[in-house]
Design a protein around this ligand. Structure first.
Ligand SMILES: C[S@@+](CC[C@H](N)C(=O)[O-])C[C@H]1O[C@@H](n2cnc3c(N)ncnc32)[C@H](O)[C@@H]1O
Length: 336
């Protein structure tokens, strides 16, 4: 599985050819890139070729593991990884005992028997890593593979806000491997609050793709977070969510203020900001927390800002809930 083989709200994968073209045209080549809200990591991955060093950040634990798996530099033993693949796919699920995953998510997000296997694999990874049978990179590759594999069969519409009820769960869990990315670039990986990290990183380009509505990523992807952290908290509600953590100010009314603070503190030459107008009048949670005008005003304080716009339909074969769905890219030349 490749880095983009994942369902993720706001992933820029489909827009990357357009964004890459804009960056090539308006920013210098062979420079450093700071992907402040990394999400899936596809922005960094698609821009590796035209950059020389990269910094990628996201405050979610699962995203950090995924970056370490795809972009890490530590050596790993491919045969060992393949033998895990074989071993996990040969497990007879019916012989496994119930565990944290089956008790909480069985027959909800996953078939009960699949949930037992997912929990078993996660427990095995913890044991092997603690006993130093696998190194950190191997641990991250196998854990990211587990996350990507269960995401493929999860009984959801693409995120974990709720599971689909009243229907037999059709997709079966199959453990598959992710394909780590080979690159000569230096890649620094962080799991920090964007605004704190921005005060420390120096880069040529900052790529800014924050959440733009009230949907919290830590709640949307809580199953990924819970299985990654493996601290087994008590889960609550029908959606079986853990206690709140990593609630972003970008999803609150504070968004314009934190965005302005972030832009102000960046130590970069170019700022690239992506934005979309997905406003759906039926759902207040889809309403943008920062307006286009606010973004433009904040960026213009830093330097000359160009704005590019495209119709979402160009990339998504007409699939959208919103009539007026536009994708925008702002490029600011700092200090001009
Ligand atoms: C729109 S998504 C980024 C998508 C990404 N560009 C991609 O193509 O996959 C926004 C990301 O920001 C992260 N995030 C939200 N608030 C944050 C904060 N204060 N600090 C760090 N990351 C944050 C979320 O976890 C989410 O992954």
């Amino acid at each position: 599985m490749k880095i983009n083989n994942r369902r993720y709200t706001g992933s820029k994968y489909k827009l990357m050819p357009w964004i890459k073209e804009l960056i090539l045209e308006h920013c210098p080549e062979h420079c450093s890139l700071f992907d402040v809200f990394g999400g899936t990591g596809v922005v960094t991955s698609e821009l590796l070729e035209i950059t020389t060093s990269n910094t990628i950040n996201d405050f979610l634990f699962s995203n950090e593991i995924i970056y370490k798996a795809f972009f890490g530099k530590e050596q790993y033993d491919e045969n060992k990884i393949k033998s895990h693949l074989k071993r996990y796919n040969e497990v007879d699920k019916s012989t496994l005992d119930g565990n944290y995953v089956s008790e909480n998510y069985g027959d909800k997000y996953f078939r009960y028997e699949d949930a037992k296997l997912i929990g078993y694999i996660r427990e095995e990874l913890k044991r092997e890593y603690e006993n130093t049978e696998i190194n950190e990179r191997e641990f991250c590759i196998l854990l990211a593979s587990l996350l990507y594999s269960f995401d493929r069969c999860a009984n959801t519409v693409g995120h974990y806000e709720a599971y689909i009820k009243g229907k037999e769960i059709r997709s079966e869990f199959v453990f598959e491997l992710i394909e780590p990315i080979i690159s000569n670039n230096t890649i620094n990986i962080y799991r920090e609050d964007s605004n704190e990290l921005a005060k420390k990183v120096v880069s040529d380009i900052a790529f800014i793709d924050p959440p733009y509505n009230s949907r919290q990523y830590s709640r949307f992807y809580h199953v990924m977070e819970t299985i990654t952290k493996w601290e087994k908290p008590e889960l609550a509600g029908t959606a079986m969510k853990p206690p709140e953590e990593n609630m972003s100010d970008y999803c609150r009314n504070l968004a314009p203020k934190v965005f302005a603070e972030l832009i102000e503190s960046l130590n970069v030459k170019y700022i690239v900001v992506t934005y979309n107008t997905t406003y759906d009048s039926k759902s207040s949670s889809s309403r943008n927390k920062i307006t286009l005008e606010q973004i433009q005003k904040i960026l213009e304080k830093k330097g000359k800002t160009l704005i590019f716009e495209t119709d979402y339909h160009r990339f998504n074969a007409g699939k959208t809930d919103s009539v007026d769905h536009k994708e925008l890219v702002f490029i600011t030349r700092v200090g001009e």
